[in-house]
Design a protein around this ligand. Structure first.
Ligand SMILES: CC(C)(COP(=O)(O)OP(=O)(O)OC[C@H]1O[C@@H](n2cnc3c(N)ncnc32)[C@H](O)[C@@H]1OP(=O)(O)O)[C@@H](O)C(=O)NCCC(=O)NCCS
Length: 156
């Protein structure tokens, strides 16, 4: 498996993964996906082999008054390619990009019932810092997870 930064030519195969992983209304609209992928402050990585893209991850950078926080928009791996470490490798690369962008912490929302993703984040050192009701378009709740990347991250 090869991991490399997203390029604009990857958009269609990347969005096909989004369509395979998420049903409407949870799926990111194409316009939103294009916007976060085009962000200059965020990061996007793809996992690719001879069969094509197997997964991707996208983050953005959010400035608060006291800190810069990288935000994981999504990490997605095709169902038949899961359980081989691809999600974990994408997560490592997104964190490296966040550190390179001088982020103090990295955070994300995850569906309360997405046990696979929650295990991945907890194994990588993320701690639950909150819960938000009605977070998703279908009003499902989300857990907030965060991981400090610098000593300035405070309570994350
Ligand atoms: C969450 C998601 C990205 C994880 O991707 P993944 O590639 O399966 O992740 P990994 O393979 O790194 O880790 C998953 C499991 O495989 C195990 N694993 C990692 N490398 C392995 C290997 N070489 N051999 C066997 N198992 C391995 C991990 O230990 C982990 O096991 P656990 O669940 O028992 O802790 C994937 O399930 C997914 O795309 N889900 C749908 C989209 C989604 O919900 N994304 C999250 C949005 S917040």
């Amino acid at each position: 498996m090869r991991y490399r930064p997203y390029e604009s030519a990857d958009f269609e195969p990347l969005y096909a993964i989004e369509e395979a992983c998420f049903e409407l209304p949870q799926r990111f609209p194409r316009t939103y996906m294009r916007r976060i992928l085009a962000s200059r402050t965020g990061a996007a990585w793809v996992a690719e082999d001879e069969c094509g893209l197997a997964g991707f991850a996208v983050s953005s950078l959010r400035k608060t008054r006291d800190a810069q926080v990288a935000y994981i928009e999504t990490i997605e791996v095709l169902e038949d390619r899961r359980g081989q470490g691809i999600g974990g490798e994408l997560l490592v690369r997104i964190e490296e990009s966040a550190r390179a962008a001088a982020a103090d912490a990295i955070a994300l929302h995850v569906d309360t019932e997405n046990v696979t993703a929650i295990r991945l984040y907890e194994a990588a050192g993320y701690k639950q810092t909150g819960r938000e009701a009605n977070f998703y378009p279908d009003r499902r709740p989300a857990l907030v997870y965060c991981k400090p990347l610098s000593s300035r991250s405070g309570d994350c």
